[in-house]
Write a new protein. Structure first.
Length: 236
């Protein structure tokens, strides 16, 4: 399932390309999970969604686990010490979570424990995006790190996609600059704002044209940059 980004969102500073790629990844992967299966959304937000993807719209037995009670989880828990029995979930989702934890390997070890044999792990993890605390921000990891770590923990059929390249990173950096400038006095002149907005919208269209699909050609230069990774792995 591919959900195109509407023109209104291309022209909205409230929606980043990073968020678009995250949404697309889960829109594609969710229908591949077993209907009625038990799915753990680890670090998930049950009510206040940041993007367009909503696990609750699918036929799953969804369980939201989060350390923060403010996220209104079904289970309040530390991701590195999950209060679940072994082999109870058909799938686990870690969406934009692991960069906020000091020991991502320990969390993935726990995820492996609670997954059933053959269960699916879905991860989205940022790379070239701003440091952001939730409440902390500990790391950015390459695809080599994810592949090596998951393999060592007993996952197989590991597939890692680059979520955007050079133009995607550039576009989101320009968006962030525009949002920052909006808090200052001097750049509010109409001509400067209009020029920067046109540049943002142009770079977004270039990104979606060149980098908007996992099947897009992987140019050596453009894909030395990425907003992050979408990762699928199966428990042996």
């Amino acid at each position: 399932m591919i959900v195109d980004i509407p023109e209104a969102l291309i022209r909205s500073l409230d929606y980043s390309l990073r968020r678009h790629f995250i949404d697309q990844f889960y829109f594609r992967q969710a229908p591949r999970l077993s209907p009625g299966g038990r799915v753990l959304d680890l670090g998930g937000n049950k009510s206040l969604k940041r993007g367009r993807f909503d696990l609750g719209q699918y036929d799953f037995q969804a369980c939201y686990a989060n350390l923060s009670a403010a996220k209104r989880p079904d289970v309040q828990a530390d991701a590195a010490l999950l209060p679940f029995k072994n082999k109870v979930f058909d799938a686990v989702i870690c969406a934009e979570l692991l960069e906020h934890l000091p020991r991502p390997r320990q969390v993935l070890k726990e995820v492996h424990r609670v997954l059933k044999p053959g269960g699916t792990l879905l991860i989205s993890a940022p790379f070239l995006i701003p440091i952001h605390g939730d409440p902390d921000d500990f790391g950015r990891y390459t695809d080599s790190y994810w592949r090596t770590t998951l393999d060592s923990l007993g996952f197989q059929q590991i597939a890692i996609e680059l979520q955007g390249g050079f133009f995607s990173v550039l576009s989101d950096m320009l968006r962030d600059l525009m949002l920052h400038w909006g808090t200052l006095a001097w750049p509010r002149r109409g001509s400067l704002r209009g020029m920067l907005l046109r540049l943002i919208f142009w770079s977004r269209r270039q990104a979606l044209k060149r980098e908007g699909s996992p099947q897009a050609p992987k140019d050596d230069f453009y894909y030395k940059y990425t907003t992050g990774f979408g990762i699928l792995a199966l428990k042996k």
